[in-house]
Design a binder for this molecule. Sequence first.
Ligand code: ACO
Length: 331
Amino acid sequence: MPRTEFIATGFHVPERVVTNDDLAHIMDTSDEWITQRSGIKARHWVSDGETGATLARRATLQALAKAGMRASDLDCIVYCTCTPDHFEPGNGVFLQRELGISDIPAIDVRNQCAGFVYGLSVADAWIRAGQYARVLLVGAEVHSRGLDRTTRGRDTAVLFGDGAGVAILGPTDAPGRGVLSTHLYADGRHAEKLWVDAPGLAHDPFISAELIEQGKHRAVMEGREVFKFASVLMPQSVATALQANGLTPADVTLLVPHQANLRILEMVQKAVGLRDDQVYVNIQKYGNTTAASIPIALHEALCEGRLERGDLLVLTAFGSGFTWASAAIRW
Ligand code: ACO
């Protein structure tokens, strides 16, 4: 059975950069507080006319150019997001339309920060089974329009940013290379610890002035609980991925974790027992871009020459649900 390889990656973030000092002008916060708690210095926010699908399109065109492919060469779109452009249909079809193609399937994966690794697992299964040979895997988010950008929402508004990252995946027969394993987890007992309550069909009506007045359409988070679980479960998922393949932390060339929060990443690094050069961090520039953070980080790591053929790449992610995941990939 073939394994799945990464053929090319791409990413795109909006031009508009919002620094911590910019945020301090619109809410009661400071560069010092944000930097100390999260490591974030800036994030990108969309401007008029930009949507998740338009960001994803730009990222996809970059990856297609790198791969020497056309959009019509794609067999399937797996689109991971928790901030879709519309309630329905999913964003995969909007991206498909933006790319000027039709007649290929498009599926949305709604697993928040763990979305990209969940999506990778889905794409990997299809590729190994021979169902699709060229899968476009997308992580894309537009958080800024959903954030409460006032002092009331400051605990979450300062953390999240907009952006898109993609990977084009396909089968390889090269011995030992490709996605070695993926590991997916969920624990719905914690669903309300990081969630957006409305709009939602659990409410009747599913959206109302009252729900909006109550701020139910905003992401709310029990930050300390998220921190506590993420800093234990992310390293656990890395350990599982290594054990499943008979590997140790010393074998890891690069861990590309979901860029949740620098303090979480530091705890993950310590718990797994990795050196600084084994962990890729770019949260300072982009904030937490949820499903987009791993493909954006992976693309930047590749551009910096941090991965060579035969290197071991490990991914780990944790987020709302709670859902978390890891993957081991022989590059
Ligand atoms: N600027 C200034 N002050 C703030 C801000 C802000 N942006 N946000 C909250 N505060 C204040 C609070 O009001 C509180 O003030 P008080 O003591 O007067 O009540 C004080 O700072 C401390 O608030 P806490 O919420 O207790 O702050 P904490 O030290 O726990 O840090 C944080 C909050 C950064 C969210 C932390 O809990 C955390 O890192 N959690 C992890 C969650 C995370 O990073 N999630 C990312 C998304 S999920 C994921 O990707 C896995």
